[in-house]
Design a protein around this ligand. Structure first.
Ligand SMILES: Nc1ncnc2c1ncn2[C@@H]1O[C@H](COP(=O)(O)OP(=O)(O)OP(=O)(O)O)[C@@H](O)[C@H]1O
Length: 280
């Protein structure tokens, strides 16, 4: 007979769920130059812990893709890297950039974002001319001559592979650009601030296949000068452009390795299931 004073829980609740196996690449300082890293990063929306991802390192001048099913925490992670979750979520842990914890209170977030730029899923040009879109943020905080601005506009548009298409109509409204051109413009806008790291959140999901292919070529060109971390749902894209891939699942990175290893011989079954389309 059971004792009615004891609230018996099902036995299954006493057995801890087995933590999924993980495999995270080691990056040794003598072999890999690390551009940005996290230490004990956790993100909570209200009471809900949505991301608990300890220590990850991202190599300089490489492209790292963040992949995983919807809701696995990719954007939450990416947005935390340049404090886009401030005011939206509670982000604890360290984000180390050039020896500084940029998640600490005394950081000038605006200044930090000049170093770590972000481009969102949907291109969001300002209702201004192409030229002013690129120079707007610069002129808000600094003094530049017209010649300096002209030079920055030209260089950024060239890097974003848009210069040839728009060089004769820089005063045209940016709202008249096509989707692919607008995405390049917002990249040029981010590049004008001369960032070190570019964070891209599904940047080509709204583009047609041709624009998307051109966009991938642009990224491969940009990685000569920038460290790129990109969220993508497109497995082929991750396989084509990235040096490293991190697979997210339920707020954790399950596997993080060289892209060719992730896509040819992943070490964790869950990764294999995801890339072979068994879930997500
Ligand atoms: N602003 C928010 N407020 C509350 N919960 C949020 C917010 N943004 C994300 N979440 C939750 O955090 C978890 C991770 O979401 P996140 O958007 O980071 O996933 P994701 O992998 O980027 O998904 P997707 O591929 O669909 O963009 C989800 O459970 C989501 O509901």
């Amino acid at each position: 007979m059971t004792n009615p004073n004891i609230d018996l829980k099902p036995v299954s609740e006493f057995i801890p769920e087995e933590a999924p196996k993980r495999h995270i690449i080691e990056m040794s300082p003598d072999k890999h130059e690390v551009a940005i890293s996290t230490e004990g990063l956790q993100v909570r929306y209200g009471d809900k812990l949505s991301l608990s991802e300890g220590d990850l390192r991202f190599e300089r001048y490489k492209i790292t893709s963040l992949i995983g099913a919807s809701g696995s925490g990719k954007s939450t992670f990416l947005r935390s890297l340049n404090r886009m979750n401030d005011g939206v979520a509670t982000v604890s842990g360290k984000i180390m950039y050039r020896g500084l914890d940029i998640n600490s209170k005394n950081i000038d977030v605006y200044e930090m974002r000049r170093h770590i730029g972000m481009v969102f899923q949907r291109p969001n040009p300002f209702a201004k001319s192409i030229y002013d879109n690129i120079t707007f943020a610069l002129t808000q905080r600094g003094k530049y001559t017209r010649e300096q601005l002209d030079e920055i506009v030209e260089t950024s548009l060239k890097q974003a592979a848009l210069w040839d298409q728009v060089k004769d109509e820089l005063n045209k409204s940016a709202l008249a650009l096509s989707g692919g051109q607008a995405q390049r413009l917002v990249i040029a806008r981010a590049l004008a601030l001369k960032p070190d790291i570019l964070l891209l959140d599904e940047p080509s999901s709204a583009l047609d296949p041709i624009s998307s292919a051109q966009f991938e070529d642009t990224l491969l060109e940009l990685k000569k000068y920038y460290t790129i971390i990109i969220v993508t749902h497109n497995m082929q894209q991750a396989a084509r452009i990235s040096d490293y891939t991190a697979f997210f699942h339920m707020g954790k990175v399950i596997e993080y390795d060289l892209t060719r290893k992730i896509f040819t011989r992943p070490k964790v079954q869950l990764t294999n299931d995801y890339i072979s389309g068994n879930f997500g």
